[in-house]
Ligand binder design. Structure first.
Ligand code: A2P
Length: 310
């Protein structure tokens, strides 16, 4: 069953969420509705997914039909880098699209600010995303502005995505900043990010694992170790990969627009410690990362991450 984890600000977060990245607006409405009716209480969207309107319509339609109240649900959205210099305006725009009074979690989508006024993914002539020099305006500056949104009641918690431990450390060391409640990264058996997960655990930050099946094409479903463990427990490979993310104490965000899979993905099993460790070692023979930096700048710079541009 889905359980709640405690955040460092005393609030709770359900440990399974429906991911909506790459879900088109129509698919998104249907999948959020299916998920909520099936018992999910946590939905993850973002400005950049262009589906906040559908998420909001599904959430509000569901609440009209259900005995659940807004406070029984956990809704996450993310501020895009082109909005980093004006988070208040950004969250008000997101709340308007979502038709909600507040979100439960507002995440910075990346660790780099982009120029404003050139669309939602500003790019230079070579196709690189157009960032602002971190000396002028950094992710730390954006994070500082984000804090005001909690006091104003627009979001209950804040956090950051696609980050590494040194950059989190910098936030923790900066005066007058509240620690992020949540860090969301691509994490799956081909990219287990052991160091990052341990670092966050030690610092009381909840980690969210996106792309738990290995992202596009869900390659982990064909992995021999995952398939073998699935057969042993009599479950699907998806169930093994998702249950592994939960066994590590992370929140898992499986994305699906297929009703049957949405339902399947909330079914968890308890894996033996031995199997948790075995799955956590698959990366030694096979590593795969979907999300790569699109900026001409060091965005990921820890030993656990890589930057093909440097
Ligand atoms: P679809 O949305 O068509 O159901 P990830 O969260 O790792 O990024 O995974 C997303 C991909 O995995 C999507 O292509 C999604 O397809 C597919 N997927 C999600 N759940 C399952 C499942 N239980 N079995 C097989 N494929 C799945």
């Amino acid at each position: 069953p889905i359980e709640s984890l405690k955040l460092n600000n005393g609030l709770s977060i359900p440990n399974v969420a429906l991911g909506t990245w790459k879900a088109s607006p129509d698919d998104c409405y249907n999948s959020v509705m299916t998920a909520l009716k099936s018992g999910y209480t946590h939905i993850d969207t973002a400005r950049i997914y262009r589906n906040e309107v559908s998420v909001g319509r599904a959430v509000n339609d569901f609440l009209k039909q259900s005995h659940l109240k807004r406070e029984d649900l956990f809704i996450t959205t993310k501020i895009s880098p082109f909005e980093f210099q004006d988070p208040e305006n950004a969250i008000l725009d997101s709340l308007e699209r979502l038709q909600l009074d507040y979100v439960d979690l507002y995440l910075m989508h990346h660790c780099v600010a982009e120029v404003t006024g050139e669309g939602i993914t500003p790019r230079d002539e070579n196709g690189f995303r157009k960032h602002i020099s971190p000396e002028v305006f950094s992710y730390v500056d954006a994070y500082r502005l984000l804090q005001n949104l909690v006091a104003k009641g627009y979001t209950k918690s804040i956090g950051i995505c696609n980050i590494n431990s040194p950059k989190i450390q910098r936030l923790l060391e900066t005066k007058d900043l509240i620690p992020p409640a949540v860090v969301q990264c691509e994490i799956h058996p081909y990219l287990p990010q052991h160091e990052l997960v341990e670092f966050c655990k030690a610092n009381n930050i909840v980690v969210e694992s996106y792309s738990p099946l290995g992202s596009t094409g869900a390659p982990l479903l064909q992995d021999s170790v995952i398939v073998e463990i699935a057969q042993k427990y009599g479950v699907t490979p998806a169930c093994v990969a998702i249950s592994w993310a939960v066994a590590r104490g992370t929140v898992v965000l499986p994305k699906s627009t297929t009703a049957q899979r949405i339902k399947e993905n909330m079914f968890l099993i308890e894996l033996d410690e031995e199997d948790v460790n075995l799955i956590g070692s698959i990366y030694k023979r096979m590593t795969k990362r979907y999300l790569e930096p699109k900026w001409k700048i060091n965005v990921y710079d820890s030993d656990a991450d890589f930057n093909p541009l440097t």
